[in-house]
Design a protein around this ligand. Structure first.
Ligand code: ATP
Length: 318
């Protein structure tokens, strides 16, 4: 019986469990033996393997995080680390490996593929910073968490006529800030992909209050700046009472949305389909609601850009 390994790597995200469940159940349904690798590439080098049956992935669909756990490993970036991982996989008879993680994890998966292990990437990161997929795993859930937090802050800011400057995650990608900002009707968005001007933003906020607004929300992507530094600058330029909030790790938690559960289920299914078709060295994505795949090389050569239309939309809505 052919064996397929599955692991989660890098930062965790809501929906990783759903992806694992789909890979495992679809694999089992098609006659494969399924092996879970604990703690990403670290567990791969340490041979931390566990056989997975259908019951082992029960009760995880609605949980955030990853029951296989995740890790980052510098040692895996070395030739020695990768050769160790490969000898562990060969000893166990694992020919195919599904890697659920972000860009760094894809590089690890591509390196293994070059060395003869057939690998498949699923975009596991809340940041939505992977090219050639419209969504990454957990992004939609994170948007909902941020939207709810903004709603809570709006209540209190309104009572005190304040400006709330909210910092969200996303590394060098502004997608969380941009789409959560659109969903929440915020007044200003600062993202790393666009230049912003504190003076202009402050003036716009000031004129909003002059027109009778009782609160304003500014959302800052972590790649664009720090809320703790931006809030005093806005206060200085606008004369408004301003507060900074860093949402932090709550953005990584929560039960996955229906969207995250459904498309990760589709992606897991696709991974097994590709294995059966003899295709490997690819990353699976979702484009225009179709489950697609591209070679790792194509992913690395493509620049992930914040959807220009989303920014234009925000500018017209604000
Ligand atoms: P997130 O976007 O959530 O941070 P990520 O997958 O990008 O997820 P990284 O820490 O960049 O997170 O990568 C995860 C792991 O992948 C690293 O700890 C390392 O073991 C492996 N990895 C990263 N880059 C490479 C590389 N160039 N070659 C081989 N392995 C790599």
């Amino acid at each position: 019986m052919k064996k397929i390994g599955v692991l989660t790597s890098g930062g965790d995200s809501q929906g990783m469990n759903s992806a694992i469940r789909s890979v495992v159940r679809t694999g089992l349904a098609n006659g494969f033996e399924m092996i879970g690798v604990k703690r990403g590439f670290k567990g791969l080098m340490e041979k931390d393997f566990t056989k997975l049956e259908s019951k082992d992935v029960s009760d995880i669909l609605y949980r955030g995080g990853t029951f296989l756990q995740s890790a980052r490993s510098e040692a895996f970036k070395t030739e020695e680390g990768q050769l160790k991982a490969i000898s562990n996989l060969q000893e166990e008879g694992i020919e195919h490996l599904v890697v659920i993680g972000g860009d760094g994890s894809y590089r690890g998966a591509a390196a293994l593929n070059k060395r003869g292990i057939k690998t498949y990437g699923l975009p596991g990161t809340i940041d939505n910073d992977i090219p050639l997929t419209d969504y990454t795993i957990g992004f939609d859930t994170t948007l909902n968490v941020v939207m709810e937090a903004i709603g809570n802050l709006r209540d209190t800011m309104s009572s005190h006529e304040r400006v709330s400057v909210i910092e969200v995650m996303g590394r060098n990608c502004g997608d969380i800030a941009l789409q959560a900002g659109i969903a929440s009707g915020v007044d200003a968005i600062m993202i790393p992909e666009r230049a912003w001007n504190i003076e202009e933003i402050s003036q716009a906020l000031r004129s909003g209050f002059d027109r009778g607004k009782t609160h304003s929300i500014v959302i800052v992507a972590e790649g664009a700046g720090k809320a703790d530094e931006i809030a005093p600058l806005i206060a200085e330029h606008s004369g408004l009472d301003t507060r900074a909030t860093v949402l932090g790790h709550i953005q990584r938690g929560g039960t996955p949305t229906a969207f995250d559960r459904v498309f990760t289920s589709r992606m897991g299914y696709k991974a097994i389909e590709l294995i059966q078709e003899g295709i490997s060295g690819v990353a699976i994505g979702i484009e225009k609601n179709e489950i697609t795949y591209h070679s790792f090389e194509e992913i690395f050569e493509t620049k992930d850009e914040v959807n220009q239309r989303f920014y234009k939309l925000f500018q017209d809505l604000v």
